[in-house]
Design a protein around this ligand. Structure first.
Ligand SMILES: Nc1ncnc2c1ncn2[C@@H]1O[C@H](COP(=O)(O)OP(=O)(O)O)[C@@H](O)[C@H]1O
Ligand SMILES: [Mg+2]
Length: 234
């Protein structure tokens, strides 16, 4: 469904990602692991078009989207749930969700999708008219995921959804990931949390200082000594 070939990307002419190749098959949950500053967010931002690649290709559903704008990618269903959630704090939960579904493809489907999202996250239903800034961190993560789903995501890319959450909320959020997987959604799960991600993804890539150090089935990645090395920066 999504294929990256030889991607080089960075900032102000300085590459951060060097020769990244990866793929997401339809219906898969793929983990993208790596220590802080490994380049995970830069990669996700390259996939969503926020960072412009210096070299390489990004193919989505058979179409070359390397030069597509972020908005064009949203219309195709490439949806990012950003690191740090970035909900709009002054707007209500309902307004945040509606905004998630503002693109042409999603707008007519908003009422039905809103029902689905609220069934998935009953806590959001109870807080629909509350300003998003008054929600707890875990609830804001629910809202950020709900907002992504409102866009009728075909690939949902979650950037560190467990960051800063209490263990209870982390379990809950990963339970949601499992449920979305069962529903057939294709997901890229970007995480520092190694063991948790290995339990919830079918395949993983481990990013180490801008290149892929290890890749394979979760079980293989788990037992590869290079995985832990990548984390320790050895
Ligand atoms: N907007 C930016 N401008 C310049 N350098 C950046 C920017 N964003 C990230 N970087 C640098 O790119 C590297 C990778 O960062 P990032 O992709 O955020 O890693 P991760 O998400 O794995 O923590 C870091 O060295 C970081 O300092
Ligand atoms: Mg990051």
């Amino acid at each position: 469904m999504l294929e990256v070939e030889g991607l080089v990307a960075g900032y102000a002419g300085t590459p951060i990602l060097r020769d990244i190749s990866l793929r997401l098959d339809r219906g898969e949950t793929v983990g993208l692991l790596g220590a802080n500053n490994a380049g995970k967010t830069t990669l996700i931002n390259s996939l969503s078009g926020i960072v412009t690649p210096m070299a390489g290709r990004i193919i989505f559903d058979g179409r070359d989207v390397t030069r597509a704008t972020p908005m064009q990618r949203v219309e195709m269903g490439i949806i990012q749930v950003p690191e740090g959630r970035l909900v709009f704090p002054e707007m209500s939960v309902r307004e945040n969700l509606l905004l998630g579904g503002f693109c042409d493809r999603a707008r007519p489907l908003r009422p039905r999708q809103m029902e689905k999202v609220l069934a998935l996250f009953p806590r959001l239903k109870e807080r629909l008219s509350q300003p998003a800034g008054t929600l707890s961190g875990g609830e804001q993560q629910m809202l950020a995921i709900g907002r992504g789903l409102m866009a009728e995501a075909r690939v949902l890319m979650l950037d560190e959804p467990s960051l800063g959450l209490s263990p209870l909320f982390v379990q809950y959020i990963f339970g949601i990931v499992d449920q979305l997987h069962k529903d057939g959604l294709t997901m890229l799960l970007v995480e520092q949390n190694l063991n948790l991600t290995l339990r919830h993804a079918q395949r993983c890539y481990v990013l180490e200082r801008g290149h892929i150090a290890v890749e394979g089935a979760a079980e293989v990645v788990k037992n590869d000594p290079r995985t832990r090395q990548a984390y320790l920066g050895l």
